[in-house]
Design a protein around this ligand. Structure first.
Ligand code: DGT
Ligand code: CA
Ligand code: CA
Ligand code: ZN
Length: 580
């Protein structure tokens, strides 16, 4: 399983943070961070590797490999334990606040004995930070804003983390004898971008064996409530999971009820009432006689209310009930509809794996085409040059030529940087030889609304820019989206034939479902991209598909579900001034 890679990644990241907090060598800390990223994205389970195998991972040297081995064999690493002992846990917690680096966190602890987010919020309220060296009224304001963001994310968990836990639990409970059905419901089944708690349903005659198995799971840290109908636990990562066991005959009604959303349920129930019926988690009943009419499957229940079955991603009371009654639900885009990925990286810039690995994985996903879009030079850390780009293109064209006609066609692209004025890295003469150009904001996120709007519109007006990457640049729970008049940007995209990205990385999910809906109303089309930096990241697509479905998108709206011929025509039309 990939879990040990993740554990090692978390450990090395923690160590890097601890090094920085204690004022250690920044270069060394960065080395640990790079190794953490490489191991987190490594396709092979590190628990299966020896010292040599570990050191073959990029950015993993001897001393790091030794620590990883110690961790995998003994569960602890002395150097990490020492660093942990030197710093109160709360100080590291402070570094989770956007706008607060490790050095400042340590200073706050040393000078003011602040070791929790709550204490820090109090200190800001009392203006106790502004007199510290390196702080001022402005930094108080920034940190207060960061605390607000952290708290707004609340205890909600990113979609991918919740999904992983849920998949594991469903697998474990499905193996318990007597299990007739097992699935997750709730906001996770609806693919909301964050999840409050995970809701699992089991259909079985007896509940006790499932409740036992559930509370005995290896990552169950705490049992919150233990009953025969419902049991709740908290995982070691702090996520709450509710398990409900119901009779097989009530499976459909139970799934419908616990999938929600609450607003959807309320509307469905109102329709039941109009038919003289009563709907609960146990089934659909005649109000007068109490006779059961439907309960076994969701399809049955919806059908008896005169509706088509409604995909869970639509169940947000955004018009889906009316559409289901009219028989006009959209044919939602599915992951299997995707014919390619138009935004991916390799180790030529900040990706973790070479071109060949990324392509092999793309083939494995059955793509008809695959674009490599490494970073352009204005992201200075990546040290891109025209020569490197051209060398990559040459290599990619060779690989593409040496292939059969059923293989994935390779496209050479680039991820440009939209600078403060809306210009991009290279002039048109250089850009016109790329198959596809993504352009994204990677700097100066804090520009005022007018400037940011003009900046994005300008990028859309560039005839070589095909796709605006992660359009708002938000990081869920960490960084808000940029301030811009999005309606104006969306209108510019529609006018110029520029696609907007639905970035499927679970930290981004950018555009969000609501913004996709708004953009669609302007007539925009979308590119659903992984923005992969490793082969594993290519599988993030499912989360982007969730957002697209929540926004009612069909294959007509998503350019990378189109045939290569249609896609090329779309890309070409803008360049030749066709617009739309
Ligand atoms: P979350 O956990 O905050 O991400 O969101 P949900 O939607 O998973 O909410 P949760 O876990 O509280 O409840 C799961 C589903 O159960 C919810 O989507 C709809 C249903 N449900 C819960 N409480 C009520 C209620 O009071 N009325 C109705 N109609 N449905 C409810
Ligand atoms: Ca839930
Ligand atoms: Ca729940
Ligand atoms: Zn990218």
């Amino acid at each position: 399983m990939a879990r040990s890679n993740e554990e090692v990644e978390a450990l090395l990241r923690e160590y890097a943070d601890l090094l920085l907090i204690t004022g250690g060598d920044a270069f060394r800390a960065r080395a640990y961070e790079k190794a953490a990223r490489a191991i987190g994205g490594h396709p092979v389970d590190v628990a299966r590797l020896d010292e040599k195998g570990l050191r073959a991972i990029p950015n993993v040297g001897r001393s790091i490999a030794d620590k990883v081995l110690a961790f995998l064999t003994t569960g602890t690493v002395p150097a990490v334990e020492e660093a942990r002992a030197a710093i109160p846990a709360g100080v590291r917690e402070l570094t989770a606040i956007p706008a607060l680096g490790p050095k400042k966190a340590m200073l706050l602890y040393e000078e003011l004995r602040i070791s929790s987010v709550d204490q820090l919020a109090d200190a800001i309220e009392q203006h106790r930070l502004r007199d510290l060296k390196g702080f001022g009224p402005k930094s108080e304001e920034n940190i207060a804003h960061g605390i607000g963001l952290l708290r707004a994310a609340g205890n909600r968990i990113p979609l991918d983390e919740a999904m992983e836990v849920a998949d594991d639990i469903v697998a474990a409970l499905s193996a318990v004898p007597g299990c007739r059905r097992c699935a997750y419901a709730g906001s996770l089944r609806r693919m909301r971008e964050t999840v409050g708690d995970v809701d699992i349903l089991v259909a079985a005659a007896e509940s006790a064996p499932f409740m036992e198995a559930f509370t005995g799971l290896p990552f169950t840290a705490e049992v919150i409530a233990h009953g025969s109908k419902k049991t709740s636990i908290r995982t070691t990562k702090g996520l709450q999971v509710d398990l409900r066991v119901l009779p097989l005959d009530a499976w459909g009604a139970g799934m419908l009820y616990f999938t929600g959303s609450k607003a959807h349920n309320i509307r469905v129930r109102a329709i039941a009432v109009r038919h003289g019926l009563k709907l609960s988690e146990y089934g659909l009943f005649e109000a007068k006689s109490g006779k059961k009419i439907a309960s076994r499957s969701e399809e049955d229940v919806y059908a008896r209310l005169g509706m088509e079955w409604i995909p869970p991603t639509l169940r947000e009371d955004r018009g889906e009930i009316k559409a289901a009654l009219d028989g006009s639900l959209p044919a939602l885009v599915r992951e299997s509809d995707l014919r390619g990925d138009l935004h991916t990286h390799t180790d030529l810039t900040d990706g973790l794996e070479p071109l060949e690995n990324m392509i092999a994985k793309a083939e494995g996903r059955g793509y008809a085409y695959y674009a490599v879009t490494d970073h352009a030079p204005k992201l200075y850390m990546q040290q891109m040059t025209e020569e490197k780009m051209l060398a990559q293109r040459k290599r990619l064209r060779e690989l593409d030529r040496g292939r059969g006609h059923r293989d994935t066609r390779l496209l050479h692209g680039v991820e440009l940087n939209i600078d403060a004025d809306g210009e991009v890295d290279w002039p048109g003469e250089f850009l016109e030889d790329f198959d596809v150009c993504v352009a994204s904001v990677h700097s100066q996120f804090g520009q005022d609304r007018d400037t940011m709007t003009r900046r994005l519109v300008r990028a859309c007006e560039n005839p070589h820019v095909n796709i605006i990457g992660h359009p708002t640049t938000r990081l869920i729970g960490k960084r808000p989206g940029v301030d811009a008049d999005l309606d104006e940007v969306f209108a510019a995209c529609a006018r110029t034939g520029t696609a907007l990205e639905i970035n499927a990385h679970p930290d981004r999910l950018d555009l969000s479902d609501e913004n996709i809906l708004r953009a669609k109303s302007h007539g925009v089309v979308f590119a659903l991209d992984s923005d992969a930096h490793s082969t594993r990241d290519l599988d993030h697509m499912r989360f982007g598909v969730g957002m697209a479905q929540r926004a009612w998108l069909t294959t007509d709206d998503v350019i990378n579900t189109w045939s290569l011929t249609r896609l090329r025509r779309f890309l070409h039309t803008k360049r030749t001034g066709g617009g739309r």
